[in-house]
Design a protein around this ligand. Structure first.
Ligand code: FRU
Length: 471
């Protein structure tokens, strides 16, 4: 405890003396770390009326993952975040080289955090082992690791087994873990427990047949609108046509689940959750309104984006409500978006400059005609276009590997919601049945203009994230 306090003080000192987070790419209303490197969201939950978001965090540098800690933030509305002290440090033998990803379970005013401890053995085979662990908190600020960790031991034959997602169903606890069979076939494994502490392996929930990659990361399993959804991030899927062009994917399979036989029967193919360049490692929670909300790392491994030299790496997507519509998962920005201050501007002809580089753009156009929207700055042009003849949407951010495309046809009018935020663009098509999330790094002013007839409504969004300290 005292050791951790000392570390927090040291870290704050490091952050302040570094004090090098610059504003140009730092989001105004998407979550980002105060300083350093961030990847996966973790432990996303609602506890004592507050939304808690944890994340994979290197507090020392924005240039690399370092040894993962759990960063922590809280919010009342998904948009105004308070940075909390680091929740977990890599301070035990079983998590010495990384407090890896995991999830939260809330019960009896206690937060149970389930996570993977990573331990590296450089030069050996395998060169790391993953073990599953537990930490608890009753105040939502300080976390105590369970004295008998690990709760699921690691093994040399399965070095990659991680990212526990835990839930309760009719008095029994369940955990899904991402893993790999012989480092060749990605799989999601199901475990159960009666006491939250001792766990038994039950079944393979899903497994790649060779076309869905060699490793599944960050699995999540939940019921929404009467169906079960397995949401996960497979590694190793080959690009095919317009699909799977990112280094790693995130997608879902919809199906039915039988708790008496523990069998998941897919009723859909694997579908990519998003069609942009940068969305990975999702985390969902069921909030107090009964909504299933997803948030994701709005980035991708090994991109070397220029924000790293500004003192931070990684932002999160807008939290999105998940629903099933016509057999597909749709994503809708949470309604709390309206709590972000913004100025409404109507009907724009020609150029419009987003003064704070942040805004929500609503497009309404004829669904039978081509349409283009340009988001432009001195050094970069992003073109979002609808091709009516072929029923396709394309986001082209320019540069190497700039194009992402997918099938989509509006039912009736073309309806797009586009969110721009300093270094990110999120496009929601129609009712959210197709989304694109891509980072871009504009220098100077950001302005938009339209190619084709459309009604454009723009809301210039004012900052909700704390302003980073300047150099
Ligand atoms: C996904 C992931 C997880 C792991 C974490 C480590 O991006 O590789 O599988 O727990 O990141 O930071």
């Amino acid at each position: 405890m005292v050791g951790n306090l000392l570390k927090v003080t040291l870290l704050l000192f490091v952050a302040i003396t570094n004090g090098k987070v610059r504003d140009r790419y730092y989001p105004r209303y998407h979550f980002a770390p105060p300083y350093g490197w961030m990847n996966d969201p973790n432990g996303f939950c609602v506890f004592n009326d507050e939304i808690h978001l944890f994340y994979q965090y290197n507090p020392f540098s924005s240039n690399d993952t370092g040894i993962a800690h759990w960063g922590h933030a809280t919010s009342k509305d998904y948009f105004h975040w308070t940075h909390e002290p680091i929740a977990m440090f890599p301070d035990q033998w079983y998590d010495a080289t990384g407090v890896f990803s995991g999830s939260a379970l809330i019960e009896n005013n206690t937060m149970y955090l389930y996570y993977t401890g990573n331990v590296n053995y450089p030069g050996e085979t395998p060169d790391h082992i993953n073990r599953q662990n537990l930490a608890t908190s009753t105040d939502g600020v300080t976390f105590t690791k369970y004295k008998n960790n690990p709760i699921i031991n690691g093994s040399l034959t399965t070095p990659n087994i991680r990212d526990p997602k835990v839930w309760e169903h009719e008095g029994t606890y369940y955990m899904v873990l991402g893993s790999s069979l012989n480092e060749t076939y990605g799989r999601a494994l199901l475990y159960s427990s009666n006491d939250k502490v001792s766990w038994n392996y039950i079944s393979v929930l899903a497994q790649s047949n060779g076309t869905l990659g060699y490793m599944y990361e960050c699995p999540d399993f939940f019921k929404v609108d009467g169906k079960y959804v397995l949401l996960f991030s497979p590694q190793g899927i080959e690009a095919s046509g317009d699909k799977y062009h990112n280094l790693y994917q995130t997608g879902y399979i919809i199906g039915d689940f039988d708790y008496s036989t523990y069998t998941f029967t897919p009723t859909s193919e694997f579908v990519e959750l998003d069609h942009g360049h940068d969305l990975y490692a999702t985390q969902t929670t069921l909030d107090k309104h009964g909504r299933r909300i997803v948030i994701a790392w709005f980035d991708m491994w090994y991109q070397n984006y220029p924000e790293a030299s500004d003192g931070f790496t990684g932002i999160m997507t807008i939290p999105r409500e998940l629903k099933i519509l016509n057999g597909k998962l749709v994503q809708i920005p949470v309604t709390e978006m309206s709590r972000i201050k913004g100025k409404q501007v109507w009907a724009i002809n020609g150029y419009y400059t987003l003064r704070y580089k942040a805004g929500e753009i609503n497009v309404l156009a004829n669904g039978c005609k081509d349409f283009k929207l340009y988001i432009v700055s001195d050094n970069v042009q992003v073109t979002i276009s609808y091709d009516a003849a072929n029923g396709k949407v394309t986001l082209d951010r320019g540069g190497n590997d700039g194009i992402r495309r997918t099938d989509w046809r509006p039912s009736g009018q073309l309806k797009w919601r586009i969110f721009v935020d300093a270094s990110s663009i999120e496009l929601f098509c129609g009712e959210g049945e197709v989304t694109f999330s891509s980072r871009f790094f504009p220098k100077g002013k950001v302005f938009i203009y339209q190619g084709g007839a459309a009604k454009l409504k723009v809301r210039e969004i004012v900052r909700t994230m704390p302003k980073p300290s300047k150099k």
